[in-house]
Design a protein around this ligand. Structure first.
Ligand SMILES: C[S@@+](CC[C@H](N)C(=O)[O-])C[C@H]1O[C@@H](n2cnc3c(N)ncnc32)[C@H](O)[C@@H]1O
Length: 430
């Protein structure tokens, strides 16, 4: 298994080859045989089959994307067929969500050695609420195992959709043959009321809340129960929470409010915030906090992007990592690098000339303030969610010394060169 003991803040291979293969296998095993195969199915690799399945579902992927980006409350209406809905989710969004979490965990590892320290635990229980295709828990397990392969990991997957649960269970089996994930086909309020009544679990529990808060935040009963579960977990100790939400202004602000409720409760922030006080960005309605990452998209993610006519080489996510304070006090998690965090990259138009635009960073400082610093155009750009530091200059090609022969340039219009009469001075177009 791959090891990342010197993880940096910007690893671009956010999704491993193994993970990509498991994704392809899951699609190949769960999807109907695509119609347009030219050879027997057995002669294709899983990823090739996944490519055909994606081609067949391209319109559905576009529809689900439109529902996610324009009217999230309509998601259920767009795809009424649960099997198809889960397959389309897996095809279009599973890997990108894993990449988002991977970037966040890289940064939590870089700053506080979160994964390497937690991987020393006896066992970790991943409790995935609204697990969908299991993207977040599959990724978290692989990341923890990359530090200690023997770590005992158990999964508890909760979702109202059986198709999603079957998908998540298959992914887990493909990752670890003898895993026995607990699958709970329940609405979250049903699950949560039983869980709260049963009292907090023993041991290290990692709650995953991936793109589910925006689906339940308007249900008072579900949100109250969720907060009670997280509150009783906090009292018990040994708790980690990851929250991922869309990076759009309104949903990101809802996630910021949830973040504030959890720190008020007593959870400690490990990512992205440099403190566990109230969020200063909530004071201005115009501000919202989210993280960005740049990644090497696997080929079929690039294909999804072509279908959607978007480029997800740079991804955004409103993401948070919390721990119960006992994990820090007892030395399981030692707080590491601190500094101001990039939370915005405003551009001020000083003039119509883009060269005169002033760029700056908005920084969230450990002293609980939002500060602005000027950013040089000639420096490598920092992403939202990264620690602010002096960056190297953008590499620029050295200028040729005076008098040196100019390198041959590719003609911009080769036809023009061909048509130029022989011996003409204009052998190269301007
Ligand atoms: C947008 S998906 C996110 C899946 C996954 N957590 C991820 O990050 O990729 C939301 C999931 O939550 C489930 N879900 C939404 N509301 C739910 C509820 N009230 N009870 C149980 N599951 C719910 C949906 O079935 C779906 O699988």
């Amino acid at each position: 298994m791959q090891s990342h003991h010197t993880r940096s803040e910007h690893r671009q291979s956010l999704v491993s080859n193994r993970n990509y293969k498991i994704w392809g296998q899951t699609i190949s095993q769960l999807a109907k045989t695509p119609r347009k195969l030219e050879k027997p199915r057995a002669e294709y690799s899983d990823l090739e089959i996944a490519g055909f399945v994606l081609q067949e579902h391209r319109d559905d992927v576009v529809r689900l994307w439109e529902a996610f980006t324009t009217a999230r409350e309509d998601v259920a209406r767009y795809l009424m067929d649960p099997k198809r809905e889960s397959m389309v989710y897996l095809l279009g969004f599973h890997l990108a969500n894993q990449a988002r979490l991977s970037a966040v965990l890289d940064r939590a590892e870089f700053r506080h050695k979160l994964l390497s320290q937690l991987s020393a635990a006896d066992a970790v229980h991943l409790l995935d609420l609204g697990c969908g295709s299991g993207a977040l828990s599959l990724l978290t397990a692989q990341e923890l195992w990359s530090y200690r392969e023997q770590l005992d990991i158990t999964w508890e997957m909760v979702d109202k959709s059986q198709s999603f649960l079957d998908m998540a269970a298959l992914g887990i089996k493909l990752l670890k043959e003898d895993a026995k994930p607990v699958l709970r086909r329940q609405k979250l309020d049903e699950f949560l009321s039983r869980e709260v009544a049963a009292g907090p679990k023993d041991g290290l529990v990692w709650y995953q809340l991936g793109y589910v808060w925006n689906e339940v935040s308007r249900h008072a009963k579900t949100t109250q129960l969720l907060l009670r579960l997280l509150g009783s977990g906090l009292q018990k100790g040994q708790r980690v929470i990851t929250i991922l939400e869309p990076a759009s202004q309104d949903l990101a602000r809802e996630a910021m409010e949830l973040r504030d409720r959890l720190v008020e409760m007593g959870y400690k922030m490990l990512y992205p915030c440099p403190h566990s006080q109230g969020c200063p960005m909530l004071e201005s309605k115009r501000d919202w906090c989210y993280s960005e990452a740049v990644w090497d998209r696997p080929p079929l993610v690039k294909k999804v992007d072509r279908i959607l006519k978007i480029d997800r080489a740079r991804i955004g996510v409103s993401a948070y990592v919390f721990v119960s304070p006992d994990l820090i006090e007892d030395g399981h998690v030692k707080l590491g690098k601190e500094g101001s965090i990039v939370v915005g990259r405003p551009v001020e138009k000083a003039s119509r000339d883009p060269l005169l635009e002033t760029k700056s960073y908005l920084l969230c400082a450990p002293e609980v303030s939002i500060d602005k610093v000027k950013a040089s155009r000639f420096k490598v750009e920092l992403l939202r969610g990264q620690i602010y530091r002096d960056m190297p200059d953008i590499e620029r090609k050295p200028k040729a010394p005076e008098g040196a022969p100019r390198p041959l340039q590719k003609p911009r219009n080769p036809g023009a060169v061909k048509r130029a009469p022989r011996g003409s001075k204009k052998s190269r177009p301007d």
